[in-house]
Design a binder for this molecule. Structure first.
Ligand code: C2E
Ligand code: MG
Ligand code: MG
Ligand code: MG
Length: 278
């Protein structure tokens, strides 16, 4: 038993291991197993309307319940999954689980807000993406208006293709937001071209708004710009009352961050939803 434990798993997560390719092969096998044995699960982070202080959304964030390592955060396996292509089946599982769960909460009378699902670039570039999303909505019975897809700026490099892909998704009735906004290299001119609903200001800009005048200026400018373009804007990584006040003064629409709530397990989401009902 002890020998088993000290075996592949020790090597798998030892970054100093000599054979990086073996490490990757093992991680890939482990991830495949995670998918087939349902070791993945979702936590949900509430998004709050700054004005009304109401919950207006939940972002689905994947975790890996590893048999030996406990709950593994996405930063430790999503980048690798993107590299080896497993992000596509993982992303499909996330999408369908998030939709299924939201519909279940609706059916239970919890009146859940819409759910946001992160799409990786590989998923976004798939030619049958809209068909897959439509299928999941159909299978789970979730209304398209209850689903928001988060894409990153790197999805938008091929402007024509990205525009078409987004138009198709919009026709389906789902919402689209740009995640980690400000960290990519895309031109601002696409913002008026793309049929997007919301910008999510990356937490790296929000973190220091109270101490770094440059970050404060960037965040205020992004918010002002979204106002002119009639886009919604949400600030990520809000941790303090001061940050919240700054964002409120600058007319940011929504916040997401530890100040309001960390990502929550299913149980905690259900408590929150129940407590919200009249
Ligand atoms: P993201 O989509 O930008 O998600 C926000 C991340 O910021 C989450 O980390 C969340 O826990 C964290 N966060 C939220 N509020 C605060 C705060 O106030 N302070 C700080 N320091 N952090 C905060 P998490 O869950 O570890 O996810 C990390 C990233 O992994 C996500 O960033 C997203 O890029 C990726 N990811 C997560 N789930 C999925 C998924 O299902 N599919 C794909 N493709 N990527 C995912
Ligand atoms: Mg996100
Ligand atoms: Mg983000
Ligand atoms: Mg991020």
């Amino acid at each position: 038993r002890a020998k088993e434990k000290g075996g592949s798993n020790y090597q798998l997560f030892n970054s100093q291991m000599k054979s990086a390719s073996l490490e990757k092969l093992t991680l890939e096998q482990e991830l495949r197993r995670a998918l087939s044995r349902s070791e993945l699960l979702l936590h949900y982070q509430p998004q709050m309307d700054i004005e009304t202080q109401r919950i207006v959304g939940f972002e689905a964030l994947v975790r890996w319940k590893h048999p030996e390592r406990g709950l593994v955060p996405p930063g430790q396996f999503i980048p690798f999954a993107e590299e080896c292509g497993l992000i596509v089946p993982i992303g499909e599982w996330v999408l369908s689980e998030a939709c299924r769960q939201n519909k279940e909460w609706q059916d239970a009378g919890y009146e859940p807000p819409p759910v946001s699902v992160n799409l990786s670039t590989r998923q976004f570039l798939q030619h049958n993406l809209t068909g897959r999303v439509a299928e999941v909505l159909q299978q789970t019975g979730l209304a398209p208006s209850q689903l928001e897809l988060e894409i990153t700026e790197s999805c938008t490099m091929e402007v024509e293709y990205a525009t078409e892909q987004m138009l198709e998704l919009k026709q389906l009735g789902v919402k689209i937001s740009i995640d980690d906004f400000g960290t990519g290299y895309s031109s601002l001119s696409y913002l008026k071209k793309f049929p997007i609903d919301k910008l999510k200001i990356d937490q790296s800009f929000v973190r220091d708004i109270m101490t770094d005048p440059n970050d404060a200026a960037i965040v205020a400018s992004i918010i002002a710009m979204t106002g002119h373009l009639s886009l919604k804007v949400i600030a990520e990584g809000v941790e303090t009352e001061e940050q919240l006040q700054f964002l409120h003064r600058n007319q940011c629409d929504e916040i997401q961050g530890y100040y309001f709530s960390p990502p929550l397990s299913i149980d905690k989401v259900e408590q929150l939803l129940k407590g919200r009902l009249p």
